[in-house]
Ligand binder design. Structure first.
Ligand SMILES: [Fe+2]
Ligand SMILES: [Fe+2]
Length: 250
């Protein structure tokens, strides 16, 4: 894994980040705003609003494996904190109340603490993959330009985060090749579907109000999970093809 390339990427990604025009007039109907308020408020807490670091008991084994990895992990979580800041502005814009805590977020943190760092990293990766679908559907269906601009910024970052996970997994020899790889892919897809189901249960009402359809959500989830597995296989098969991050596909 080329650590220097990743550090350079995260520093470069801090540039060219135009702030959404939060003061622009809002024209969203109440039928959209009502489910959008709790949805964005929960995301503001979940996407970088909690502890912005790895919290598994053995997290330091991964983060502290080298100075470079420590920098990469810290730069990654700095972007997560930025997502929470952006979402906070969005929450204020639509007149929602910021959420300080939620049982599902508390349970999520407890699971991450109890698991080993490898499992925590997979959970975070899967959350990033399904959240990519959440932000993409909001950007596609929401008519509010500042919210769409916010989604574009977050989607750009998440594409980099997912590519980082692909690179670290490939470096650790993980792929979908052979029997071991098939079993890895099976568990990856199963947990991915579980994360997607949880997302739809808690945020599906908001996405439906915006105009997204359940089949559209399922198609996007399938596409994101398949793309990750396919690219991971390619990365392991042809290491010279590693090019990070992948361009974001809207
Ligand atoms: Fe994020
Ligand atoms: Fe992320």
């Amino acid at each position: 894994m080329n650590h220097a390339k990743w550090i350079a990427y995260f520093h470069r990604n801090r540039e060219q980040r135009p702030e959404p025009d939060w003061a622009a007039p809002i024209a969203l109907p109440e039928s959209v705003l009502k489910p959008l308020r709790p949805s964005l408020a929960e995301y503001q807490l979940g996407d970088g609003g909690g502890p912005a670091c790895l919290i598994a008991g053995d997290a330091e084994q991964f983060r502290g494996s080298s100075d470079a990895m420590r920098q990469i992990v810290d730069l990654w979580f700095a972007e997560e904190r930025e997502h929470s800041r952006l979402l906070g502005r969005a929450v204020d814009r639509i007149g929602a109340r910021r959420v300080k805590g939620h049982w599902s977020f508390t349970a999520f943190l407890a699971c991450r603490r109890a698991m080993g760092v490898r499992a925590e990293l997979q959970v975070l990766l899967l959350v990033e993959i399904v959240s990519t679908v959440y932000y993409r559907l909001i950007r596609r269906h929401c008519t509010d330009q500042p919210l769409r601009d916010m989604c574009s910024l977050i989607l750009r970052d998440e594409a980099g985060h997912v590519a980082f996970h692909r690179d670290r997994l490939a470096s650790a020899g993980v792929s979908n090749w052979g029997l071991g790889g098939t079993l890895w892919e099976l568990q990856f897809r199963l947990f991915g579907l579980a994360a997607a189901a949880m997302l739809w249960l808690t945020h599906g009402r908001c996405l439906r109000a915006l105009g997204a359809r359940p089949m559209e959500f399922c198609r996007e989830i399938h596409r994101e999970l398949s793309r990750f597995v396919w690219r991971l296989g390619r990365t392991v098969q042809v290491p010279s093809r590693v090019r990070l991050p992948e361009p974001l596909v809207a």
